[in-house]
Design a protein around this ligand. Structure first.
Ligand code: FES
Ligand SMILES: [Fe+2]
Length: 390
């Protein structure tokens, strides 16, 4: 199995080789891709889709328009409504050897190594890839064209305290964001097509302390990025963020060019998500890399010709510190604090409080965060940091 750090280096340092490799991979997969799509079921989702910011119900014929204009949508109880729960339960519990209902405490039942081993194999299992296609049919089966990236991710984010100190090792093995947190980003920073739709299925309950943050309507914000994450200090607009609140079986839909990132898991439960990507028109591939996209409607195509001949020039820009449409965000913490000897002294409504100046997670300056109930919420992965007690 390929080391993810090696693949990441290949993409950034030798894009030509990465580009050829990604084309070759999706061509080699042609037969398997075709079989998977042929065997997928075509359920219809008849439940409710809501706009998470307004709470309003979104009729099916407005879903794509809403997504295009930067809204974030939630398909409630998707798995039960489409009858896919049973299939998921059987594949997941068979692979991990634990009851489906116990995925949120998988860290108590299996070792980290066991979880990683099973997850890496399972995410490319043909049954999982078939379920992925079924989900796309259920959500967007009405679209005249539909394309699936047959490289989904299973993301068992175990409680942070169980992986503290091991994050780098885990990341080298399976990549960022699978079992550890991924800071604010857009998917094109990781070479995904510019017109990708993200489909994020909750396989456990998700809260603002273990899920994701997303900034609606941020598609045209082009902040500086490095190593696939926003450069600390660029605005992340906490006052505009949506923090996930989902029940098992709900699906979140959003354009992958919205700013989004994971929240370090500060609960006692594993947050388990199945995340996948699709497009409703031919993928606008990144200049340097193609994922394993195929057309699944109106008919199957492996897109082999498109991939062999692709000459995309798309590459995301990295240039701003704030978004002209939103304006610079207020920074009350910066204005009400001072740094002394590696400490941040903050004037809070309850008087002066002292914090470490840098986040204990990955060292991002805490003055860029925000205050919440006497604690600082770090801007990068939202760790809640307590004041230093003396
Ligand atoms: S939460 Fe990760 S750097 Fe602060
Ligand atoms: Fe992402």
């Amino acid at each position: 199995m390929l080391n993810h750090r090696f693949v990441a280096r290949l993409k950034s340092d030798f894009p030509f080789v990465a580009s050829l490799g990604s084309r070759a991979y999706s061509i080699v997969r042609s037969g398997a891709n075709k079989r998977i799509v042929k065997n997928a079921t075509r359920p219809a989702f008849t439940g409710t889709i809501i706009d998470v910011m307004s709470g309003q119900v979104v009729p099916q014929n407005e879903v794509l328009k809403k997504l295009d204009t930067g809204h974030i949508l939630l398909a409630k109880d998707f798995l039960n409504n489409t009858g896919l729960t049973k299939d998921f339960a059987s594949v997941m519990s068979g692979a991990y050897g634990i009851p489906y209902e116990d995925l949120n405490r998988i860290h108590e039942l299996l070792t980290i190594d066991q979880i990683l081993d099973v997850t890496e194999k399972l995410k490319m299992d043909e049954r999982i890839l078939g379920l992925e296609c079924s989900i796309f049919y259920g959500l967007f089966g009405y679209s005249p064209e539909l394309y699936a990236e047959l490289m989904p991710n299973l993301r068992p984010q175990v409680p942070y305290k169980t992986v503290r100190g091991k994050e780098q090792e885990i990341e080298a093995r399976v990549g960022r964001g699978k079992m550890n947190a991924h800071g604010p980003h857009k998917d094109s920073w990781r070479f995904h097509p510019s017109n990708t739709i993200n489909v994020w299925l909750a396989l456990s309950d998700v809260t603002p302390l273990n899920g994701m943050m997303l900034v609606p309507h941020s598609t045209d914000y082009l902040p500086k990025f490095a190593d696939n994450e926003i450069v600390p200090g660029c605005d992340t607009y906490p006052e505009r963020q949506y923090l996930t609140q989902m029940s098992t079986g709900d699906v979140l839909l959003f354009r992958a060019e919205l700013m989004h990132g994971s929240i370090l898991n500060q609960t006692e439960q594993t947050r388990f998500a199945f995340s996948m990507r699709c497009t409703v028109e031919e993928p606008d591939f990144h200049r340097d890399f193609m994922y394993n996209y195929v057309r699944i409607a109106p008919s199957f195509s492996n897109l082999t010709k498109v991939k062999v001949a692709a000459r995309s020039s798309f590459e995301p820009a990295s240039r701003d510190e704030s978004f002209a449409d939103f304006g610079p965000q207020e920074r009350p913490l910066r204005d009400n604090s001072r740094e002394e000897n590696g400490e941040l002294i903050v004037n809070t409504p309850e008087g002066e409080k002292t914090f470490c100046a840098r986040c204990p997670h990955q060292g991002v300056p805490l003055r860029d965060g925000r205050l919440e109930n006497g604690r600082i919420v770090c801007s990068q992965h939202q760790l809640r940091v307590e004041p230093i007690s003396r």
